[in-house]
Structures are given as C-alpha cells and as structure tokens.
Design a protein around this ligand. Structure first.
Ligand SMILES: O=P(O)(O)O[C@@H]1C[C@H](O)[C@@H](CO)O1
Ligand code: HPA
Length: 323
C-alpha cells in the first residue's frame, strides 16, 4: 500500500496500528496516573477529612498555626482544646520527623478561633508537594481564613544569631525554578484562580503588628525581617550552596513553609510567617561547626517561651480577624 512517502504491506500496517493503539493506551494510563495524583488534592477527596473534623469541632476555626520543628509548644497557648491524631483523620497525611507530633489541635485564644498543626510534612520525607499542602485545603474547607506559619531555619545573613526570630517578608522557592509546584496540574477552581500573584504574599499589616509586638516585648535586637529560601534537604547546605543563597538574597534557609504558603495564598488566606533561627549556615571551609537536628531542637527549646509569647501577643493584637 502507498501511503504518502512510505510503502507498507498489510502485515506492517497491522503492526503499526498495534503500536499506535498500545501507545494510546500507555498515554491514557499516564494521563490517568497524573489525574489520580491530583485526585488526592481535589475537593471531593479533601471534603471527607473536612466533614470528619466539622462533625466533631463545635466552632469554625479562623486561624491556622503551623508549628515548625520543636515549636509544637505554640499549641499550649490554646484553651478548650480538642485534639486529633493525624492518623485518625480520613485522607490526612501522617508526619515522621522528630519534633513533629502529628496532631491537629483546635482551641481558642483571646477569643480567636484557632487550629494548630503540631507537626508538618516535608518534601524530604518523600511526600509530593501537593500532599504537604493538603491540610491547608482541608482547613480552608472548615472555614480558616488566615495562616501563621513557623519554621526552624539556618541563618544565611551573618547579622543574625541563633535564637533570633526572622519575620518572613518574602521567599525564594528554589523548587519552582526546577518546575516543581504544589499547584502544578489541573486547577481546582473551587479553591482559587489558575494564575495568582505572590508579590504581596506575606500580609504587610500583620508584619507591621508583629514588629510592634516584638518592640513591646523588648526583643528589638532579636528579630529581623528577611527572605526565606527553601532548600529541599534533608542535608544541610554545603559552603558553596550557602554562598549562592547569600548572593541570591536569602537571609534564612529552611526545608518547608513555601508549599504551604503557596496553597494558602491560592485559596485566599492571609499569611504571616516567621523563622526561628536555630543555627548559622556555614560560609567558610575552615569552620569546624556542623549543623545537626539535635542542636536545632535544643535552640528552639531554649527560647520556646519567648516564641510562644510572641505568637500569643500577635493573636491578641489581631483577634478581631479570627473571631
Ligand atoms: O518544619 P521545619 O521547617 O521547622 O523543619 C526544619 C527543617 C528540618 O525538618 C529540620 C532540620 O533540622 O528543621
Ligand atoms: O541550616 C539549615 N538549613 C536548612 N534547613 C534548616 N532547618 C534548620 N536549620 C536549617
């Protein structure tokens, strides 16, 4: 048979049809696989977790606090606590890192209606970026309008010291430069628009109030406003990587936060974030220090009361928003 440039026998045509058909099925299979990946981020899937929680919590939470490594104590501020283990909530991920308890705690503080994630999910644990951010969407379905996101981070900025608080004014999402994003894939319009801005991601009014709170607490030498950079981990940075982060305008490096902030902004939440500086990132080859997770936990423990007070005061000053 003459088909344009090529000549085929009937047998060859059968083989070509078979290959096309096989490829078509393989393509459909891949399309289904990526669809099913998104299914776990879809309204229907997440609604199940939201329904489970809604049936047991007698109020609508307005503010979500994500506790960074060792910062689980932030939930101790809450009154009238109702606690859930992540593993008991249908379609909720489970966290595996030391310093992350894996509990969702509902409660009130200065009349603000709050839910605390005591334990978060990290990319280095093997979760997809979507899975990391599913709690944001679940809690949005429950009524949450604002997010306070916290993390342990290493200081790239050499003016920072261990124990400082860095209020996040902006971030650099290194994963996005490589094309990785929790909102990659079909857009779930229920939650937000396909394209959305991030130039005002961190709420300027909340930052202003937080700075006032820090001043009133007398910790003006111990807080900064800076840029958070997401390093995927689980290793801490090499010296060359720290130097690159510095050149690119990063003040503190961590392994979390940005996927949660992206999904929170996409669904219209106000966001305030801060890093607790647990260690210095090492800039020089002849420095003998090496960062490690136990020192990270120790640094947080030493200042946990100050951090708890900072968050409690910030909530007190903004409680009208979260009633
Ligand atoms: O959950 P966060 O970002 O606070 O955790 C940071 C990153 C690693 O889990 C850990 C490194 O020590 O702290
Ligand atoms: O130095 C760090 N780098 C990245 N993540 C971190 N989390 C705590 N400290 C660090």
């Amino acid at each position: 048979m003459q088909t344009g440039l090529f000549e085929f026998t009937t047998g060859e045509i059968v083989v070509i049809c078979y290959i096309i058909d096989k490829n078509f099925h393989i393509c459909r299979k891949f399309a289904k696989m990526s669809d099913s990946k998104n299914e776990e981020f879809s309204l229907d899937y997440l609604q199940k977790a939201a329904d489970y929680l809604r049936n047991q919590v007698p109020f609508t939470p307005k503010l979500l606090i994500i506790c960074g490594t060792g910062l689980g104590g932030l939930s101790e501020n809450l009154q009238n606590q109702i606690e859930f283990n992540y593993k008991d909530i249908p379609n909720f991920p489970v966290s595996n890192v030391k310093g992350h308890a894996g509990k969702l705690i509902f409660g009130t503080l200065s009349e603000a209606k709050i839910v605390c994630m005591k334990g978060r999910f990290h990319y280095f644990e093997g979760y997809s970026l979507q899975k990391i951010a599913t709690p944001i969407r679940i809690l949005k379905l429950l009524g949450v309008e604002g997010l306070i996101v916290t993390n342990a981070a290493g200081s790239v900025n050499e003016d920072y010291k261990v124990g400082d608080i860095m209020i996040i004014k902006d971030h650099v999402n290194f994963l996005a430069f490589g094309g990785q994003h929790p909102l990659r894939g079909p857009n779930e319009h229920f939650f937000g628009e396909r394209f959305f801005p991030m130039n005002r991601a961190y709420d300027r009014e909340l930052i202003r109030i937080a700075k006032e709170v820090a001043e009133k607490m007398g910790i003006s030498d111990d807080y900064h406003e800076g840029v958070y950079g997401l390093y995927a981990g689980p290793n801490y940075e090499t010296v060359a990587e720290v130097r690159i982060l510095k050149m690119l305008g990063v003040d503190a490096a961590g392994m979390s936060t940005i996927p949660e902030v992206l999904v929170a902004k996409h669904c219209g939440m106000s966001v305030f974030g801060f890093s607790f500086i647990t260690n210095r990132c090492i800039h020089c080859y002849d420095e003998p220090d090496e960062p490690n997770h136990d020192d990270v936990l120790k640094a947080v423990m030493e200042k946990s009361e100050t951090v708890k007070k900072f968050v409690a005061n910030l909530i007190q000053e903004t409680k009208q928003r979260w009633k």
